[in-house]
Write a protein that binds this ligand. Structure first.
Ligand code: KIV
Ligand code: ZN
Length: 517
């Protein structure tokens, strides 16, 4: 590995999940982790094991599902967190514990209510204890961006002596400017003197997360923490795709710097994260936004047709966008062509059941929709993968309402190879559907959040519904996704998806027998 190799530490599944509304279930996290592995991310921060039994379970399943990326769990500098992290990643091929404590005066005084000496003691204890589980320990000085450099050096020295191999300097509140990050990293680089790798973790509150990461790389940082689509707490984190494409596109400035990322997997990763979280990047978002490669002006279109580089500094193909991304297979296409198309857009690793189920849905869609796009196919297969757990499955939904009458729904559900049909009235068609599902399954759901989006353009676009539901007043709420040409069916599928996740979680807790949700 060259000394200018930049370690890409992806925290989509941890800091990204802290983005409001971005919670994911275990199955969804596994899909994303496997895509991150394909992207050749070096370290995947898979979650915060001590946060909940669901987080612990997701990390331990990811640890077994991923082979070539290091799997990391976050842990506060307390024994219980570190123990959970160590246990959750135990089965990973490559593993890391990332422990942290705040080092800024404001955090130490008001949040931790600890003296600087106590903070150092706690940090050293945390690293030493983490070392009893793994060799690869990362230590973060939370709020380093507002910490005093003399204290940063003192605590860094202590945790390196205790065995930390990576020192992360987060700009937790996204306060710093590039020249300030550069000066901080330069001073720490001189001080650390190759005893550990310097990492950056920049938040985007002032829109500078990526610029700050680049400044830090020039000053000596060799790991950057980032997320797909820049997802993350508040205004988000530095976007992985931007950092990677800057390094690739501006080799003249970043001479010799490189990452292990397979950039052709970026678009699939971005689409997968937005499909699963329901959070779409803004249209003008660099690299992965809908308009990132769209040329509206006639002058620009003319230029690009004559020579792509006149107005494009990155080729869409470099991030995995197909030349012919708009119209794909039709109703006469066979299973083999469909499978081929899946492989082309980044889904070569699907099971026979997933292939069959998604092919069937593709055929139904062909009968109803004129132009089927790669995005439609991406949605179908992602939906099939994340809704793999089919304890209950929606077979049909019929509604009758509306014009003045009482809205009602008839729903048929499959459960353990049997079909159940029931009906209910409600305050609107959707309410009637959800009440009918509750009657059939015997669970009582409360809808906390509901979101519907069109997958592609046109009146015949697929509807993608994401909902958050609390069942039997148990917390936390569960997330479900549903896809269909019909918004009511998509809603029913999303609701049942949330119920299936709830049942899986209950099952898990019963097995562990130690926690309650
Ligand atoms: O922003 C932050 O400081 C963090 C740390 C836990 C690394 O997310
Ligand atoms: Zn953060």
């Amino acid at each position: 590995m060259s000394d200018k190799n930049i370690i890409i530490f992806d925290t989509t599944l941890r800091d990204g999940e802290q983005s409001p509304g971005a919670s994911m279930n275990t199955n969804e996290k596994i899909q994303i982790a496997q895509q991150l592995e394909k992207l050749r991310v070096n370290v995947i921060e898979a979650g915060f094991a001590a946060a909940s039994p669901g987080d612990f379970d997701a990390i331990s399943q990811i640890a077994q599902a991923v082979n070539s990326s290091t799997i990391c769990s976050l842990a506060r500098a307390v024994d219980n967190d570190i123990k959970s992290a160590g246990e959750a990643i135990a089965k990973a091929n490559l593993k890391r514990i990332h422990t942290f404590i705040a080092t800024s005066p404001i955090h130490m005084e008001y949040k931790l209510k600890m003296t600087p000496d106590e903070v150092i003691k706690r940090a050293v204890r945390a690293v030493e204890y983490a070392k009893t589980f793994v060799d690869d320990v990362e230590f973060s000085l939370e709020d380093a961006g507002r910490s005093e450099i003399s204290f940063m050096k003192e605590i860094t020295d202590a945790v390196i002596n205790a065995g930390a191999k990576t020192i992360n300097l987060p700009d937790t509140v996204g306060y710093r400017l590039p020249n300030e990050i550069s000066s901080m990293v330069e001073q720490m680089y001189k001080f650390i003197n190759n005893r550990a790798i310097i990492s950056l973790h920049n938040h985007n509150d002032l829109g500078l997360a990526v610029a700050n990461s680049m400044a830090g790389i020039v000053a000596g940082a060799r790991q950057v923490e980032c997320t797909i689509n820049g997802l993350g707490e508040r205004a988000g984190n530095a976007a992985l795709e931007e950092i990677v494409m800057i390094l690739k596109t501006r080799k003249d400035l970043f001479d010799g710097f490189d990452t292990s990322i397979d950039t052709k997997e970026i678009y699939t990763a971005s689409k997968m994260v937005s499909t699963i979280t329901g959070i779409e990047p803004q249209p003008n978002k660099a690299i992965v936004g809908k308009n990132a490669f769209a040329h509206e002006s006639g002058i620009h279109q003319d230029g690009v047709l004559k020579c792509q580089e006149t107005y494009e500094i990155i080729k869409p193909e470099d991030i995995g966008i197909q030349n012919n991304d708009s119209i794909v297979l039709g109703k006469h296409s066979g299973r083999a062509a469909f499978k081929d198309k899946l492989a082309q857009i980044g889904f070569s690793d699907i099971s026979v059941d997933q292939l069959n189920a998604s092919f069937e849905r593709f055929k139904i869609l062909c009968d109803k929709k004129k132009d089927i796009t790669n995005d439609d196919i991406r949605m179908i297969i992602t939906d099939e993968k994340i809704n793999d757990n089919k304890t209950y499955e929606i077979l049909s939904v019929q509604i009758s309402d509306c014009s003045g009458g009482v809205p009602s729904a008839v729903v048929t559900i499959k459960h353990k190879d049997q079909e159940f049909t029931d009906a209910s009235i409600g305050d609107g068609a959707m309410d009637a559907i959800f009440k009918t599902i509750d009657r059939i399954t015997g669970y009582n759901g409360t809808l906390n959040d509901y979101n519907v989006k069109a997958v592609s353009e046109g009146k015949d676009a697929l509807a993608k519904v994401t909902c958050k539901v609390t069942f039997n007043d148990d917390n936390p709420p569960m997330i479900g996704h549903g896809l269909s040409l019909d918004t009511m069916i998509a809603s029913a599928r999303a609701y049942i998806g949330a119920l299936n996740s709830y049942l899986l979680m209950k099952d898990l807790l019963n097995k562990n027998n130690s926690h309650q949700i």
